[in-house]
Design a protein around this ligand. Structure first.
Ligand code: ADP
Ligand code: MG
Length: 945
């Protein structure tokens, strides 16, 4: 009721917005005859004219909009024979306003986007059109390219296998098409470059994200990562812990079997015996995917409800803990987490009591600090040991948790497949195999250990960003998709993007039948196959959506058995996928597709097909997210086509099992169910929607959480990247170095010299060590000189001495080399320490997670400690820059020759490892390279010490 009312309010707001745009559409239409009368050359001349009016007369893009859109429309008619529909003009205006235009599949979003892209490109800062895959980027750039070229604009495309030269050309075009991954990785890579000329991207000005929900929501849970191999890692833990976890599983399985026996015995006596429910709850907590358990639940629809109720009751009583005592570990399927009980801990630790308990770091550090029996050196040593112990233990605990998850929650051939000694992820949204992509956070290694394949080495993050933070950098961002409305609050909250629903060109006449629901999955698939046979015989094309490869395969086999010719879409090749999709509307075609495969290609109906009812879409399961279901439906009924859709569900579907509300079970109970008899009921459809909304909420929180953590890094990344750009520009290198010298000298003196005691009693040792270490400066004062020193004058004198060294260096080298030396010294320090910092932040994130169950808010801890780490990194950047600068000597007239070791970099999503390696093309002194100072020693034993 309220929902409907609310929708009316929202609906009318949308309509008001649309009405506001109507006069502009009318204006564009009025201009049409005038633009028709122009020759091609005159039409092209408009671009120059518009630019001039903006530059000279101060007109805004909004002033120019009607004419610019009229020009694009006319160009499109001439080049492509397509005239933008009025609704496409509306969409185009919404995009220009930085909104998300919801336009249904097949409404022509590709063409609509040309309008704002052209308009905004008049400012000459470049515009980006972001697509979901390379195939679409290329297709759309070529398809729409003619329009831009006729208007005298350039268009470029970024593809995965392009080199930097080509990328740079594409980015300098007026309009650039490319995928989210390429845009994001180029940004990260640019910020690792060693000269401005090597950077490929310009500033991020205007971006339109196509299939915006897919990119900004589905894909945003996994950040972009550039990584390289590291030396220290926890890889060894996986192999060594595996036998322990196997043992844990054996023990737990035995317990679970006995609990199940007891539960069944109890249930034979009385069905809703509280003790039986308690026992089943225990199974759910200890092995949520246990087949026998699932069987029991499926047979008794009301049971799940009772178990869940028992769980929330015990949890509110804080007595879950007591119940769990019988188990070794607890698996929370909903949030994919694992932990062990005291019993489990005893089994895991054996005779090493502290192997799985982290020491309380802050308390122990404080104890050491305040222990007066220890001297400075001893304290330092003990702190170091404590840190080592802490990090080793937390690595071990983390590895154990990941192993547990891999055994209990990740199924071979469901969540991943093992092929050629590799663990390959099956994408949970598209059902595609994702070779090269790795689960992050050690989970992938854990599964590799479980499957007995080679555990790949963990890579260190060299640069990382989430899509959220990448796209938020655009001065203006817009998006388009067929399905945005359900996610409107998230778009608003995270990206500050409003959604405007654009009406369809022709009325939508697709019939969406209510869901039917079966008791078991087997019955459901039987019914689906029957339905397909019926359609096939009739000649009506069918598109069958599944939520995983496994289900696709199952249908594939069933249809083969029946001799029904069909196509299966889980190809890794977008081009081939698009081809199959375009054929899906032909007479008698049966296409099985995982939900989002082949997005961006529309299905055109074949001859006579409309009379048969158009394309029929069969969903074989509901997805966690309503939006994904809507996408599947949206494949049918494009541009006023005939069409229909229906979803088939069963009580055994994951969504029902894990998140199904109590209502579904009780309704099913009430209505009663018989073999092969489906139930079709409004209440059920509503209950399912309720379950989906709940999961959407959970997933939103996961994404929000990721973002909150990334926001901490984002601030730091902005600072570092902008500093880095300043250095690359190289305008103020000398001032920067001077400032660094001042600050370093000041803090070195104030850290070591106590102004309240007589200078004669100063211990100058540590200070002079430091000065020598950084600047190569020998601090020597005669007794008489020391007597007259103050802290101030000491600082002054040291600064002067360092300045002398600087000037001497400057005189000895030619300006160009000198400039280069300053630049490289700073860049190297920034990069090296920033990457160390990234690693440190990763470990911190893990660490605060482990400390999480204390009283502290892990995010707050992360922010606080992250900030402290950042500040201390900045200090070290100064010191390291200066040390490198003062230690490297360059002979006059000679370019400092700094050798360039090739460091492998790996680009990946949400984890480490994988895709095409990219070589680092930057001067970096390898630790084992000969030192550039010419000493003949290795760099690490000489200046790089
Ligand atoms: P969407 O991205 O919105 O799903 P597309 O951009 O792929 O849709 O376009 C779908 C189809 O509609 C394409 O085949 C395209 O040629 C056609 N189309 C789009 N706009 C027009 C138009 N103004 N006139 C004629 N055909 C159009
Ligand atoms: Mg499209």
């Amino acid at each position: 009721m309220l929902g409907k009312l609310f929708k009316n309010i929202v609906g009318s707001k949308n309509e008001r917005e649309l009405r506001k745009l109507a006069p502009t559409v009318t204006r564009i239409n009025e201009l049409e005859p005038q633009f028709k009368g122009l020759s091609d050359t005159q039409l092209r001349g408009k671009t120059g004219e518009f630019k001039e009016r903006i530059a000279k007369k101060g007109e805004s893009l909004d002033d120019i909009l009607p004419e610019a859109y009229a020009a694009v429309r006319e160009a499109s008619v001439r080049v492509l024979g397509m005239r933008h529909f009025d609704v496409q003009l509306l969409g185009g205006i919404a995009l220009h306003h930085g909104k998300i235009a919801e336009m249904k599949t097949g409404e022509g979003k590709t063409l609509a986007a040309t309008l704002p892209l052209y308009l905004n490109a008049l400012l000459e800062h470049g515009c980006h059109l972001v697509t979901v895959n390379d195939y679409l980027a290329k297709r759309d750039a070529e398809w729409m390219g003619g329009i831009y070229r006729l208007l005298g604009m350039t268009v470029g495309v970024i593809l995965h296998d392009m080199d930097d030269q080509k990328r740079k050309t594409a980015y300098s075009s007026d309009i650039t098409y490319g995928t989210n991954n390429e845009f994001g990785f180029d940004y990260l890579r640019d910020n690792m470059k060693f000269s401005l000329e090597d950077c490929v991207q310009r500033d991020l000005h205007f971006g339109i994200v196509d299939e915006v929900d897919s990119i900004l929501i589905d894909e945003s849970r996994t950040p972009l990562i550039i990584s390289g191999p590291i030396e220290h890692s926890e890889d060894i833990h996986y192999a060594t812990l595996k036998p322990l976890i196997v043992k844990l599983k054996e023990h737990q399985d035995r317990v679970i079997r006995s609990i199940l026996n007891r539960a069944e015995a109890r249930m034979r006596e009385a069905k809703d015996d509280d003790k039986a429910i308690e026992l089943l709850l225990l199974v759910k907590r200890g092995d949520p995917k246990n087949p026998r358990f699932l069987d029991i639940i499926a047979k008794e629809p009301g049971l799940k409800k009772s178990i869940d109720r028992m769980e929330s009751f015990l949890s509110s009583q804080k007595s879950l803990h007591g119940l769990d005592e019988e188990l070794y570990c607890i698996i929370e399927e909903q949030d994919r987490s694992a932990s062990w009980t005291d019993k489990g801990l005893r089994l895991l630790s054996g005779d090493q009591r502290d192997a799985f308990v982290v020491p309380d770091l802050s308390q122990r550090l404080q104890e050491i600090d305040t222990d007066h029996r220890l001297n400075y050196r001893e304290k330092k040593k003990m702190k170091r040991e404590l840190e080592v112990q802490y990090s080793e233990t937390s690595e071990r605990m983390h590895a154990a948790q990941q192993l547990i998850k891999s055994y209990w929650l990740f199924g071979k051939d469901v969540d991943y497949v093992v092929k050629d000694g590799q663990v390959i992820i099956v994408d949970e949204f598209t059902g595609r195999l994702m070779p090269g992509r790795r689960w992050s956070d050690g989970l992938h290694q854990a599964i590799e250990a479980k499957e007995g394949v080679n555990v790949a080495e963990e890579n260190q993050t060299l640069a990382t960003i989430t899509f959220q933070n990448y796209f938020r950098m655009y001065e203006k961002l817009a998006g388009m998709t067929g399905t945005a409305d359900t996610e409107a609050p998230e778009f608003k909250k995270i990206y500050d993007l409003d959604v405007l629903v654009i009406p369809t060109h022709k009325k939508m006449i697709r019939d969406d039948y209510p869901d039917v629901i079966y008791k078991t999955e087997r019955e459901k698939f039987k019914a689906v196959v029957q339905e397909i046979i019926g359609l096939h015989t009739k000649g009506q094309p069918a598109l069958v959506g599944t939520i995983s490869i496994e289900k696709s395969e199952r249908l594939n086999k069933m249809l083969k058995k029946q001799g029904i010719k069909h196509q299966v879409l889980n190809a890794k090749n977008h081009e081939r996928e698009a081809e199959i999709i375009t054929m899906a509307g032909q007479n008698g075609t049966v296409t099985i597709s995982t939900n989002m495969a082949g997005r961006g290609t529309d299905i055109v109906l074949g001859n006579g097909v409309p009379d048969l009812g158009g394309l029929h879409v069969l969903g074989t399961e509901r997805h966690e997210s309503r939006r994904i279901d809507n996408q599947l439906r949206g494949r049918s009924g494009r541009q006023g086509d005939q069409g229909s859709s229906r979803f088939y569900l069963s009580l055994e579907d994951d969504l029902m099992r894990v998140f199904g509300s109590e209502r579904i079970a009780s309704v099913m109970d009430r209505l009663g169910m018989e073999e092969d008899q489906p139930i079709e009921h409004q209440i059920i459809s509503r209950a399912i929607e309720g379950a989906q909304k709940r999961v959407e909420g959970i997933n939103f929180n996961i994404r929000k959480n990721l973002l909150e953590y990334d926001d901490v890094m984002n601030q730091q990344r902005k600072v570092i990247y902008s500093q880095r750009r300043e250095i690359l520009k190289g305008d103020h290198l000398k001032e920067t170095i001077m400032d660094m010298i001042d600050e370093l000298v000041e803090s070195a003196v104030s850290d070591t010299i106590d102004p309240n005691i007589f200078p004669e009693e100063w211990n100058l040792g540590p200070l002079s060590d430091h000065m020598y270490n950084v600047f190569g400066l020998l601090v020597q004062f005669s007794k008489a000189e020391i007597k007259n020193l103050t802290q101030e004058s000491l600082i002054d004198q040291l600064k002067h001495k360092v300045l002398d060294l600087y000037e001497k260096k400057e005189k000895e080298s030619d300006p160009q080399s000198f400039h280069f030396l300053q630049k490289i010294a700073m860049l190297q320090a920034v990069d090296e320490l920033w990457m160390d910092h990234l690693l440190g932040m990763d470990q911190l994130k893990e660490g605060v997670g482990l400390r999480g169950y204390g009283q502290m808010d892990p995010l707050k801890e992360y922010q606080k400690e992250g900030y402290n780490m950042f500040i201390s990194m900045v200090e070290r950047i100064k010191e390291n820059s200066l040390r490198t600068f003062f230690r490297i000597r360059i002979a006059p007239q000679e370019q400092p020759s700094i050798s360039v070791p090739k460091k492998e970099m790996v680009l990946s999503r949400g984890g480490n490892g994988g895709r095409s390696p990219v070589k680092r093309k930057a001067p970096k002194i390898g630790r084992n390279d000969p030192c550039p100072c010419g000493s003949g020693k290795k760099y690490k034993h000489c200046c790089g010490r």
